[in-house]
Design a protein around this ligand. Structure first.
Ligand SMILES: Cc1cc2nc3c(=O)[nH]c(=O)nc-3n(C[C@H](O)[C@H](O)[C@H](O)COP(=O)(O)O)c2cc1C
Length: 235
């Protein structure tokens, strides 16, 4: 069983909370894993050219191409995304858009796989997590757990954060609250996030170890998708 972690934060690995929390989740699966950061990667969104329809292989040449085999070979994913303007940040969105290539002609490349999603936000970590959960559903991947955590606004590092009125730090704390090494949100000091991450990793590891039946999960996800389609038809 192979688990692939994808950290969608464009930040460096040293600064990003997402990659740290992903590593924590992956460690708690108790299984072998590979963790990839999208930091520094040039990944464009799907351009809808449909050149992947014949063979389920995207023809766009960028940094997604070398990751394709890893995505295909994985049995499960730990996906991390960040809230940028109340939605999933662009590079992770682009990365997941490219999974469109796996869907054509009822190809079952992704069907019945498992995922844990991890959303980070300066204030609201839910929107990126919800977006990644939707991407998983479209690919008939079952999300076994979702983790939300507070990360550090850019204002914590930009050097104007204590006084800049459009920044997240000021918006949340108001005037006069200093930004110090201790006050900058850090997922590795956030007991709730660490506990939720450990639980999610364990859930994923346990499911994969204890009689995971990909066909059964596929049928479950097909039923969920049918309900979604039905609700669209009736809307
Ligand atoms: C361009 C940009 C837009 C952002 N928009 C939001 C937002 O709308 N809501 C929010 O809660 N956080 C927002 N944030 C804060 C990030 O979600 C936060 O910094 C997060 O911790 C980043 O995770 P990382 O450290 O793994 O990169 C924004 C950050 C950036 C750089």
């Amino acid at each position: 069983m192979k688990i692939l972690g994808i950290s969608g934060s464009p930040r460096t690995e040293k600064r990003s909370g997402t990659i740290k929390l992903l590593k924590h989740v992956l460690e708690h699966t108790g299984m072998d894993y590979e963790l990839i950061s999208l930091h520094g990667k040039r990944i464009n969104g799907c351009i809808g050219c449909m050149a992947c329809a014949d063979d389920n292989i995207c023809k766009v040449k960028d940094d997604f191409a070398p990751l394709r085999d890893k995505v295909v070979e994985a049995d499960a994913y730990v996906l991390g995304g960040v809230n940028y303007f109340s939605t999933l940040n662009a590079v992770m969105h682009a990365f997941l858009e490219r999974w469109y290539q796996f869907r054509h002609r009822e190809a079952d490349i992704m069907w019945g796989k498992l995922a844990v999603t991890v959303g980070l936000g300066g204030a609201m970590p839910q929107p990126p997590a919800e977006m990644m959960n939707a991407f998983c559903t479209y690919n008939l991947i079952k999300v076994v757990d979702t983790v939300h955590a507070t990360g550090a606004f850019g204002c914590c590092y930009c050097s104007y954060g204590e006084t800049c009125k459009v920044g997240g730090h000021y918006a949340i704390h108001g005037p006069g609250v200093p930004i110090t090494a201790d006050s900058i949100p850090d997922v590795m000091k956030d007991q709730c996030a660490l506990e939720a991450g450990a639980k999610a990793g364990k859930v994923l590891g346990d499911v994969l170890r204890n009689g995971y039946d990909r066909m059964k999960v596929t049928r479950e996800m097909q039923a969920e998708m049918s309900k979604l389609v039905e609700s669209l038809r009736n809307a």
